[in-house]
Design a protein around this ligand. Structure first.
Ligand code: SF4
Length: 198
């Protein structure tokens, strides 16, 4: 998941998957294989994943170096750490912030969390969970805190919630103009019920 995150940047899921498949096929995903790969090949793979391929190719090497130097080649050991330490460990990698670290911990089944990427966060805030703040991190914490009490400790459920919120934000609750007339959630939505939109 760390490599999947960094092999592409600001592209569709399909293009990200294509770049990752090329990494697996042409290089491999072990730290040793990545460190042994010619830079030219890593750049070609990273180019399939969008902008700044040179920088991301170097990041792929950096990821491999961290896995070897900081984790002795055993990255899954980071998933067994206490939650704050596990997040800190994953945030050592380029391109992995708090939401990315939480997503890895959830999708790997290590912790029952609800990570939010930007689309899911926007959807939750508009629905009325949390308060949007100037700082993205503060909005993120606010939305998470607002839903925390009602969340099950079921990682499969939480993965599905993460994906549904993301998809809803991408396709209906869009950043510029939310398509409220088509939204099945509008009866429960604080944004839709606000006086200016009533
Ligand atoms: S009603 Fe509108 S603002 Fe509310 S969740 Fe749906 S699309 Fe988003």
């Amino acid at each position: 998941m760390v490599l999947l995150e960094r092999v592409a940047y600001l592209v569709s899921d399909e293009r990200r998957a294509e770049a990752f498949a090329a990494l697996k096929k042409r290089v491999g995903t072990s730290a040793d294989r990545i460190l042994a790969a010619p830079r030219k090949v890593l750049v070609e793979v990273a180019r399939l994943g969008g902008m700044h391929p040179e920088r991301r190719a170097e990041d792929l090497r950096e990821i491999a170096r961290i896995v070897k130097d900081r984790f002795g080649g055993d990255l899954p050991s980071a998933l067994r750490l206490p939650l704050p330490d596990a997040k800190r460990a994953l945030r050592l990698f380029p391109g992995i912030g708090e939401p990315g670290a939480e997503k890895i911990l959830l999708f790997s089944g290590a912790y029952a969390l609800l990570p939010l990427e930007s689309n899911g966060l926007r959807t939750l805030l508009r629905l009325g969970f949390g308060v949007e703040q100037k700082a993205y991190a503060a909005s993120y914490r606010s939305a998470q805190a607002a839903v925390a009490e009602g969340l099950p400790r079921d990682t499969a459920w939480l993965v599905r919630a993460h994906q549904l919120l993301r998809r809803h934000g991408q396709t209906i609750c869009k950043a510029s103009v939310p398509l409220c007339a088509r939204c099945p959630l509008r009866g429960d939505c604080a944004y839709f019920a606000a006086p200016a939109r009533a």
